[in-house]
Design a protein around this ligand. Structure first.
Ligand code: UDP
Ligand code: MG
Length: 309
């Protein structure tokens, strides 16, 4: 079969309630652009009815392909699996929870056609989300923008469209700790932002990335794209030295003035203080070592159970 013109990659994990509307809206948006498309839904090891429902939808829409992974590998790995499978000349990526509107695809497509740009990415100007999530996401994006030294890295996510040239570069990055929005920004080429408001999840569906997973993703992003953790060590260490010097002046002064013996409260406090700084150092160094270890293991990012194509 000839390669399609346009691919859309969508990871889904336990989204049974959304499969119907998701496929319908994506197919409608894609069909408005070209009949020659493929919609690749990556089932990231769902435990509910997501996979059977996708396969049922595929019976009615053969351009829907279903890439079932062998277990849950996490949504960055699921995206990567879909990108490897995608054959299109243009390839778009979108979350499967309808927070990113497929209706934005025509705008991205228009920017990429005729080779005007290589990458069009969604830039969230607004988002409907619980306030706790909002605050944390804001803090993360601010840190990431300031420390990653990547241009155009502010408030971007997985919603984007790339041409073959840019996708080739992206797939050439083999690191295991993946943060796709960062990698996509890293490759360069002619990128253009498409502003949009991120919607709330449809009623009755819950985020599949809990706070723990969001935090882990934020760490992946900050560790692989910035020196923030090392900087934290450095500044904490410097701060500890200043405190240590002040305490030293105080201790020597008390001795000189004959005010010794010295109370052991201050001693105790400084031991705790130095101890905690050292632990922080160890923890952060350990984190780097662990990441180097994981890269050097060089395990595949995912395994495919079956590709219904
Ligand atoms: N997802 C996935 N594997 C996972 C977790 C999530 O494929 O292990 C999918 C999920 O079904 C959704 C998308 O990734 O389509 C984004 O997940 P979520 O909405 O929980 O994340 P957020 O919108 O908070 O980034
Ligand atoms: Mg979401």
């Amino acid at each position: 079969m000839a390669a399609p013109l346009l691919s859309l990659v969508v990871p889904v994990y336990n989204e049974e309630a959304l499969v119907g509307p998701l496929v319908a809206r994506c197919v409608a948006a894609l069909a408005g652009l070209t009949a020659d498309f493929e919609l690749i839904c990556v089932d990231d090891g769902s435990r509910d009815d997501t996979l059977p429902r996708l396969l049922a939808a595929r019976a009615a829409e053969p351009r829907l392909k279903v890439l079932a992974l062998s277990r849950n590998f996490g949504h960055q790995a699921a995206f990567t699996a879909g990108l490897h499978a995608a054959q299109g000349q243009y390839v778009a990526t979108m979350d499967g929870d309808l927070q990113d509107p497929p209706e934005l695809l025509p705008r991205m497509w228009a920017l990429l056609r005729h080779d005007a740009h290589d990458v069009a990415y969604g830039h969230r100007t607004d988002r409907e989300e619980g306030w706790g999530r909002q605050v944390l996401i804001k803090v993360f994006h601010r840190l990431f923008r300031d420390f990653s030294k990547l241009q155009e890295a502010d408030n971007v996510g997985n919603f984007a469209m790339l041409n073959r040239r840019a996708l080739g570069a992206l797939l050439g990055l083999h690191e295991k700790n993946r943060y796709l929005p960062g990698l996509r920004s890293f490759i360069g080429f002619r990128q253009v932002a498409v502003p949009y408001a991120r919607q709330a999840r449809p009623n009755g569906s819950t985020p599949k990335m809990g706070y723990g997973r969001l935090f882990a993703l934020a760490l992946d992003a900050l560790f692989s794209f910035s020196d923030l953790p090392i900087k934290v060590c450095l500044y904490a260490g410097l701060f500890g030295m200043v405190v240590f010097l002040l305490a030293g002046v105080y201790a020597l002064g008390s001795k000189a003035l004959g005010l010794a013996p010295f109370g052991w409260t201050s001693l105790e406090l400084s031991i705790y203080f130095m101890g905690s700084i050292q632990l922080l150092f160890l923890g952060i160094t350990g984190e780097y070592v662990f990441r180097i270890y994981r890269e050097s293991q060089n395990r595949p990012l995912y395994f495919v159970q079956q590709y219904y194509a």
